[in-house]
Design a binder for this molecule. Sequence first.
Ligand code: KIV
Ligand code: ZN
Length: 513
Amino acid sequence: MSEHLIIFDTTLRDGEQSPGASMTRDEKLRIARQLERLKVDVIEAGFAASSNGDFEAVRAIAQHIKDSTVCSLARANDRDIARAAQALEAARSRRIHTFIATSALHMEKKLRLSPEQVYEQARLAVRFARKFTDDVEFSPEDGSRSDPDFLCRVLEGVIEEGARTINIPDTVGYAVPELFAEMIRSLRGRIPNSDKAVWSVHCHNDLGMAVANSLAAVQKAGVRQIECTVNGLGERAGNTSLEEVVMALKTRRDYFDLHLSIDTTQIVPASKLVSGITGFPVQPNKAVVGANAFAHASGIHQDGVLKARDTYEIMRAEDVGWTTNRIVLGKLSGRTAFRQRLQELGIELESDHDVNAAFQRFKDLADRKAEILDEDIQALVSDQALQSSTEDVFRLISLAQSSRTGGRPHGEVVLSVEGCEVRSEAEGNGPVDAVFKAIESEIGSGAELLLYSVNAITTGTESQGEVTVRLGRGGRIVNGVGADPDIVVASAKAYLNALNKLQTRQEKLNPQL
Ligand code: KIV
Ligand code: ZN
């Protein structure tokens, strides 16, 4: 029997720490539901003490998720831990993940604490967390740059206090596979009670080695939990990518010989959902979930794959959840067929009202686009969730734009601003610029446009466009997303989505600052 490897997903916590990736409670809940379908063992739902919004998100996830353990991060102090415990109260299976930095640099410059104080605080934190749950995880932040002797002392102490998982973070992505694995192997060998805990790693991708570091620790140091995120989202260059480690472990089972509970057919839907909600597009050549991951462009490869698939394919596209762009529905499809397809795609809408609204959008789309594919339905539902938030201040009612060669494009928008209808118009360098200027001439947000990108959701010029807009103001960065067959309309929706996010007060602590 192969040993089990725990997949700990931190998309909703570390992933959310990427600039612009902040999510609402409902968005987090949708992702958590997808992570549960993916069958991840642990969902780190957030950092409950960081804001009321995060507390509510962790609480909602704890209430709804039944099959995965729900975890909250907490700094090593009583207030954070009590808040995490409170948010997790309803969870069927709960974990508190507490941490404190242990490298000389972090202790001295960031925490301004002596090693002795850090040692005490770590022990007290785990002792306190154990009052709320048996499942306590401890991380020595900046572990890969910490003094091994000091780490031995702290880790032995927290295991004595009852930490059941010891997670070694490579917080700044500094580790290299062999040295990282050797460091953990040596810690496990030197700490007398190390066998009382499951060992875990949490790697960042600053040098592009997060996946390699995680796998080396598994293979060479007996680590049995990997912390990772969908699409490798996370602080700076991101975290270990869930899809990459999972598929490496599955595809090379001959080498790793470990058992995972993951349903790999849910990987691509999870990737699309996370990308759609956060507005972080997936690069086309990204392993497993990139649009080109299974595309064979060269004639020799195409020929080989047609003759025998495994000549150039080591994984099957359908095993990771790529659908074959089936024409699923059309103009004449009824409500029952639509509902059934939603179910097959694992899309759960909250109420009949939501299903009816999605069906109406589907009918509108089918009037403009002959073939409705799975991706269209996924985009349509995501867009509906984005555009129907009751907290939105700005909404697009209608838009008109005109452009011709040699002329200056003109845009006109009708918006709802706090329930009142307003109109404005402007000229611009292109139709999108004209529409953004028209919106700004009414709203005057003062935000800076940091990124604008358009993706075709399916192939062909009939495809819906999915637009991401990143805005920055006063040090805050947000992403907005919008989808529509008309990319100017998709752009306006994305812009307004970002402006709505800027409106919300989201004072949130970064746990690591
Ligand atoms: O990168 C890191 O060190 C972390 C810890 C809080 C686990 O995210
Ligand atoms: Zn991290």
